[in-house]
Design a protein around this ligand. Structure first.
Ligand SMILES: NC(=O)c1ccc[n+]([C@@H]2O[C@H](COP(=O)([O-])OP(=O)(O)OC[C@H]3O[C@@H](n4cnc5c(N)ncnc54)[C@H](OP(=O)(O)O)[C@@H]3O)[C@@H](O)[C@H]2O)c1
Length: 372
C-alpha cells in the first residue's frame, strides 16, 4: 500500500522539482527615488528565494529616472543600479517599451515609483501592449473617472496585471480587501479615515509642542511627504487617495467634487522660501492646538465618502478617540457595508515611509508576476 502511495507521489515530486522557472522582466521607473531605492534593496534580498521557492525569476531588465538609464538583458544587480546608469538618450524608454510590446511572449512589468503625470500618460499604451503595471503613483487612477475606467478595461481585456495597492495607505492592505468586498456583492456604504501619513505625522508633532514649520520639514526629511510638500499641505495628495479609494469601493467620483479643507495656505509668490513661508503659520497653529488641548481635543484630517458625497475635513476629535490615538504616520480606515454597519471593518498600520511603501510595491510585483 505504502509503495503504491509513494509511486503516486513520485511523479508529483518530480513535477514540482522540474517546474519551469518563470522569467519576468521588471522595468523600474524612479531608480534613485526613496521608494525606488528601497524597492531595489528589497528585491535584491528576495530574488534567490523567489526563484527557489516560487519558481519566479524576477530580473531587473531596466531602471531609469529623469537623468539616467540602465539596461542589462541578463538582469541588473538591483543594489548596483546607480553605478550602471548612463545619461538619458532621446527616446530610450520609448524604444524599450516598443521592443517589449513586439515580444508579448516575454512577460514584463513596469514599476512606477515616480509621482509623475508624464509616466501615468504611458499606462494605456503599456497595458495595451501586454506590459503589466505596478504603481505607487496615484496620478493615473485619480484623474477622471473615464480614464480610471479605461485603464481597468484595458488591463481586463489584455489579461495583464494592473496593481496599485500602495497608492492608498502604503503597505496596509486596503484596496485588495475592498475589491474582495465588492466582488462578493457587499455594498460599501461609507469609508472614513485618516489616510495621510504625512498630515497625521505633522499634526501629531504639532500637538507634541513642535512648531508647525519644523514638523513639516521633518516629515519631508523622513520621506513622509510627497516630493512637493504642498501636495500634502494643500491636501492634493489626500484628494487623490480618496478618489482612488472611493472608486475601488464603487463610488463614481471626480476629484473636483470633493469638499476640501487644507492645513496650510498656498504660497502666492512663486519664489517663496519654504521654511520662512511655513514659519509664518507657526503662531496660528500654536494657538489652534492650545485651544484644542484645553477642550481635550486633537486636530485630525478626516477623508470620507458616502452616498451624500466626499470630503476632506480638518477637524477636532476627542483625544481618546481612535483617530486621535494614532501614532505619527499611522493610517486608519473604517469601512461600513450593508453587512458590517455596527462594527465597521477597520484597517490600520503605517501609512507612509519609503521602506514600508517599497514592501507593498514588492508584494504587488510578486502577485502581478504570479498572474502573468
Ligand atoms: N514616500 C512614501 O512614503 C510614499 C508612500 C506611498 C506612496 N508613495 C508614492 O511613491 C512615489 C515615489 O515617491 P518617493 O518618495 O520615492 O519620491 P522621490 O524620492 O521624489 O522619487 C521620485 C523618483 O521618480 C523619478 N521621476 C520623476 N519624474 C520622472 C519622469 N518623468 N521620468 C522618469 N523618472 C521620473 C525621480 O527621478 P529624478 O530624481 O531624476 O527626478 C525620482 O527617482 C510617489 O508617487 C509617491 O506618492 C510614496
Amino acid at each position: 500500500m505504502e509503495n503504491a502511495v509513494n509511486a503516486q507521489l513520485k511523479p508529483l515530486t518530480h513535477a514540482v522539482k522540474t517546474r519551469n522557472t518563470k522569467r519576468i522582466d521588471l522595468i523600474l521607473i524612479g531608480a534613485r527615488g526613496q521608494v525606488g531605492s528601497a524597492l531595489r534593496r528589497q528585491l535584491a534580498a528576495v530574488q534567490t528565494k523567489l526563484k527557489q521557492q516560487s519558481a519566479l525569476d524576477l530580473r531587473l531588465l531596466a531602471s531609469y529616472d529623469r537623468r539616467g538609464f540602465a539596461f542589462e538583458l541578463s538582469g541588473l544587480n538591483p543594489v548596483d543600479v546607480e553605478s550602471q546608469l548612463l545619461p538619458r538618450a532621446n527616446g530610450d524608454a520609448e524604444r524599450l517599451f516598443s521592443q517589449r510590446g513586439n515580444h508579448r511572449e516575454l512577460p514584463a512589468i513596469v514599476i512606477d515609483c515616480t509621482a509623475s503625470d508624464e509616466i501615468a500618460d504611458l499606462y494605456p499604451q503599456l497595458l495595451s501592449s501586454g506590459i503589466g503595471i505596478v504603481t505607487a503613483n496615484k496620478r493615473a487612477n485619480s484623474r477622471s473617472q473615464d480614464f480610471y475606467q479605461l485603464l481597468q478595461d484595458i488591463a481586463h481585456d489584455q489579461h495583464v496585471p494592473y496593481r496599485y495597492e500602495t497608492t492608498v495607505g502604503a503597505a496596509i492592505p486596503i484596496l485588495g480587501p475592498l475589491q474582495d468586498l465588492v466582488t462578493r456583492g457587499e455594498k460599501i456604504e461609507s469609508l472614513q479615515g485618516v489616510l495621510s501619513g504625512s498630515l497625521s505625522y505633522i499634526l501629531d508633532r504639532v500637538h507634541q509642542g513642535v512648531a508647525f514649520s519644523d514638523a513639516v520639514l521633518k516629515a519631508r526629511e523622513l520621506g513622509y511627504t510627497e516630493p512637493d510638500p504642498f501636495d500634502d499641505l494643500l491636501a492634493k495628495d489626500l484628494v487623490r487617495k480618496l478618489v482612488v479609494l472611493a472608486r475601488e469601493a464603487g463610488f463614481q467620483l471626480e476629484p473636483e467634487q470633493i469638499n476640501l479643507d487644507t492645513i496650510a495656505k498656498a504660497p502666492k509668490d512663486e519664489n517663496y522660501n519654504l521654511q520662512t513661508f511655513l514659519q509664518q503659520q507657526d503662531p496660528y497653529w500654536k494657538a489652534r492646538v492650545h485651544a484644542a488641548k484645553e477642550r481635550g481635543q486633537k486636530w485630525v484630517v478626516l477623508a470620507e465618502v458616502n452616498h451624500l458625497g466626499a470630503r476632506v475635513t480638518l477637524t477636532v476629535v476627542p483625544e481618546h478617540s481612535a483617530f486621535a490615538q494614532l501614532a505619527p504616520g499611522q493610517n486608519l480606515v473604517r469601512i461600513q457595508t450593508n453587512h458590517q454597519q455596527h462594527l465597521p471593518l477597520t484597517l490600520s498600520g503605517a501609512g507612509a515611509g519609503p521602506e514600508v511603501t517599497a514592501a507593498g510595491v514588492l508584494s504587488d510585483v510578486i502577485a502581478a508576476a504570479k498572474s502573468l
